[in-house]
Write a protein that binds this ligand. Structure first.
Ligand SMILES: C[S@@+](CC[C@H](N)C(=O)[O-])C[C@H]1O[C@@H](n2cnc3c(N)ncnc32)[C@H](O)[C@@H]1O
Length: 432
């Protein structure tokens, strides 16, 4: 397909997503099935266009003065891909399969309109109802923070130190363009271009041997900041597919007891194969059975309880720009209630002197600092380990990392703009 034909396909797909109100990932998959003539390069490029339109949905419509699929695609080419009106006109030449030529109004909008004077939620591309939430955390910087949250994310790998060293894995994955991550001592980063195909990590020898896992650097750091140690009893209460569990296991070097559980057995299911591939032998996976407490034998004995809480996911918008536009106030309320419940549950599991590490991939204070303040009001026997002490886990990087994050009395926040990671919040609490 020509670049112009890919644009036409992307416009068609965005119209389908708009009119059928279907998730973009599903629409892209269906399109691929119905257009088998399109090669993997075409499909990747078209998907890249659709995702970028979703990233810049509000700002693209604003500069074009119109909210149609075509207008948003044209606006995105200017805002996200940096093309000028002439370059865009050259793509939309009206030839077979190409979008129709630019109208005078479109050319004028692409040449003259800017985001000057646009409201914060338009310039930052996020739902308007979240503006007070983002203003509370970022103030005047919310447009810059949100723009970084709308940008394309790299692909991060965590080297499994139970099986390999980062330098060796970097050498064996050099063909993927891996470079060491800035903060995590175990991370490798692959920058992904707009048209990039899926690098197929799962088929890499290093992956098959259990030497690497896909994990955002922010998620790696959240695990590292827990300072889990060999010999400890560690509970991962919201383990899901085990991203944090695997990182905690590597920190524990096979010594001590790691218990992983989750309220949803389907989320937990992939963890078994991942633990086995990673060579983890000290993890007890507790799959929930009915309504009973699956951890009833644990009575205030854990050194560390990791809560990777279910949350709004606002910190991961750059990986899923579709979800950003689907988030609703009601869903946030549900998350807030669950977060408080999980924190309360953890308070009974941790031993005196032990710690709870509360993590979200959200940037909203309601899910972060406010949850911690609420927990401390309900459980005065706990205290906050100051963020400056928590970052000591990063050794020589500790001071620079702490300075890069947004710190509060309760915890620290990583963001794409500040730390180059997904948005992650970490607060560490000590019992007694
Ligand atoms: C952020 S995800 C976990 C991601 C995972 N820790 C990782 O690093 O790959 C949050 C998890 O919390 C689980 N969850 C939701 N409500 C819960 C509850 N009340 N108790 C325990 N887990 C819960 C969800 O099923 C989901 O798997």
């Amino acid at each position: 397909m020509t670049p112009a034909a890919r644009l036409s396909a992307a416009i068609e797909l965005i119209e389908t997503i708009d009119s059928n109100r279907v998730p973009a990932a599903g629409a892209l998959k269906e399109w691929g099935t119905a257009h088998r003539f399109a090669g993997s390069g075409d499909r990747a490029a078209i998907a890249g266009l659709v995702w970028d339109v979703l990233r810049r949905r509000a700002s693209s419509a604003w500069i074009m003065g119109e909210d149609s699929a075509r207008a948003r695609l044209l606006g995105m080419l200017k805002l996200e891909r940096g093309l000028n009106a002439d370059a865009i006109a050259a793509l939309c030449d009206g030839s077979r399969f190409a979008p129709s030529p630019l109208s005078a109004a479109e050319r004028n909008a692409l040449s003259s309109n800017t985001l000057d004077g646009a409201p914060a939620h338009i310039a930052g591309d996020y739902p308007e109802w979240l503006d007070p939430h983002l203003a509370q955390v970022f103030g005047e910087n919310r447009v810059l923070e949100a723009a970084a949250m709308a940008s394309r994310a790299p692909l991060d790998l965590r080297v499994n130190t139970l099986k390999a060293k980062r330098e060796k894995v970097q050498a064996s994955t050099a063909h993927l363009g891996t470079t060491p991550t800035k903060w995590s001592p175990n991370g490798l980063r692959i920058d992904i271009s707009a048209d990039a195909r899926n690098p197929g990590i799962q088929a890499e020898e290093a992956f098959i041997k259990g030497q690497i896992e896909v994990q955002d650097e922010g998620s790696q750091l959240a695990a590292l900041l827990s300072a889990a140690k060999p010999g400890e009893q560690v509970i991962d209460l919201c383990a899901g597919a085990g991203g944090k569990t695997l990182a905690l296991a590597a920190m524990m070097q096979g010594k001590g007891r790691l218990i992983a559980t989750d309220s949803d057995k389907r989320q937990l299911a992939p963890i078994h194969e991942r633990l086995s591939r990673a060579g983890v032998h000290n993890c007890d996976v507790r799959t929930p059975k009915g309504e009973g407490e699956i951890l009833s034998d644990i009575k205030a004995s854990a050194d560390l309880v990791m809560i990777d809480a279910p949350c709004s996911g606002t910190g991961t918008w750059r990986r899923n720009p579709d979800a950003k536009w689907r988030i609703r106030p009601g869903a946030l309320e549900v998350r807030l209630k669950t977060q408080a419940e999980v924190l309360d549950r953890a308070s009974h599991l941790v031993k005196p002197g032990g710690r709870i590490v509360y993590v979200t991939c959200s940037v909203l204070d309601a899910e972060n600092g406010e949850q911690i303040r609420g927990f401390l009001a309900r459980h005065p026997g706990f205290s906050i380990i100051p963020p400056a002490e928590v970052t000591a886990a990063l050794w020589d990087k500790a001071d620079d990392f702490a300075a890069a994050t947004l710190r509060s009395a309760e915890g620290l926040l990583m963001t794409p703009r500040r730390t180059g990671t997904d948005g992650f919040y970490v607060s560490v609490l000590r019992k007694g």
